[in-house]
Design a binder for this molecule. Structure first.
Ligand code: PMV
Length: 335
């Protein structure tokens, strides 16, 4: 077990209450970054070089159930996961941080994702956030959203944002102890906003975002410029959400994603998450804008494209993209 991480968890849990249940249950939404988190100033505590902003995907995400047990057993979408897989090892390592606090040598965990796993659709974000929320439910710790976000961050950086619905900022923070690096809600209700998911390839990606980030920070000559560019995008995106300005929000989010992928492509050996269909899809979105459809794109560490638009463009969008999945982040079911 990593002692730095364990001490971090201990600090957060030191004043928590306790009223244990048999089963802990929780849901956490997936999220799409509008200003991307890319690069860690601390690999152990998952501390980012730059602040990021996301929109949570309403009722698309992970449902998790957790029970105490003698050993770890994981089920993903009703299938048992072999203990030797990278997925199980990562989960068990994360759970090591909580075993003594939960008085349990192991856990039985059942997670159901209603988004594709590991296809750049941020299932690790909703997965770790749901796990921390389910642990909180199991143990009755009654942690604050800030504390939950700090804990989820240890599992996966972007999970710190999946503690909330709606628009979320993750402040990079400055401290070495990582206690100032957590997410907060932007208090804006924007019911007209829609996210569209254009699935290009749903298979497991060849390189994890964790691995790609590490290699990119150490070998991409373009990485040096990334944190300051991202901070500028961060401020612009935050203001555009408050002003509900879809053009500034969308155009800055698109620029931010394209910049991140440009920096990633400079990695040695090269990493390119885009496929020819991704490039085609981005061109198609540009063409739509030329025809006065207000729509913008973003792409995470995978080939799939997510688009941002307002409800009044829904008809045009569905006409253009036949297989698109439309998400209403502020829909009734997500209140
Ligand atoms: O949280 P991770 O380690 O899965 O990294 C997420 C990286 C991006 O999805 C590309 C960007 C982001 O901010 O979510």
């Amino acid at each position: 077990m990593n002692d730095i991480q364990y001490q971090f968890v201990k600090k957060i849990l030191s004043s928590s209450s306790h009223s244990a249940k048999e089963v802990g249950r929780a849901f956490a939404p997936s999220n799409i970054a509008l200003c991307k988190y890319w690069g860690k100033r601390d690999e152990v505590l998952n501390l980012p070089f730059n602040s990021s902003i996301s929109i949570s995907l309403g009722n698309k995400g992970s449902f998790t159930e957790i029970k105490r047990s003698n050993k770890d057993t994981f089920f993903l979408n009703d299938k048992i996961i072999d203990n030797e897989t990278a997925f199980s090892c990562r989960l068990s390592k994360f759970l090591d941080l909580f075993r003594s606090h939960c008085r349990a040598p192991g856990f039985e965990i059942r997670t159901t994702n209603n988004i594709p796993t590991s296809a750049g659709l941020a299932s690790s974000a909703s997965g770790f956030a749901a796990l921390v929320l389910a642990l909180n439910d199991l143990t009755g710790w009654e942690l604050s959203k800030k504390e939950l976000s700090l804990l989820a961050r240890l599992g996966s950086g972007s999970a710190s944002r999946s503690i909330y619905n709606g628009f979320v900022i993750w402040n990079a923070g400055k401290n070495y102890d990582g206690l100032d690096s957590y997410s907060q809600l932007i208090n804006v209700n924007w019911p007209e906003i829609r996210v569209g998911i254009i699935k290009i390839d749903e298979s497991e990606k060849k390189i994890s975002s964790r691995e790609a980030m590490k290699r990119c920070v150490t070998t991409s000559k373009k990485y040096n410029s990334w944190p300051s560019i991202a901070e500028e995008h961060f401020r612009k995106i935050q203001n555009s959400i408050i002003d509900k300005d879809i053009d500034i929000l969308g155009s800055t989010a698109e620029k931010n994603a394209l910049k991140m992928h440009e920096v990633i492509r400079d990695t040695i050996p090269i990493i390119d998450f885009f496929t020819s269909e991704t490039y085609e899809c981005l061109k198609q979105i540009k063409r739509l804008r030329k025809n006065n459809v207000t729509v913008y794109a973003t792409v995470d560490a995978g080939p799939n494209v997510k688009i941002l638009f307002l409800e009044n463009e829904l008809k045009e969008i569905c006409k253009e993209f036949k297989e698109i999945e439309i998400i209403n982040p502020f829909g009734e079911a997500n209140a």
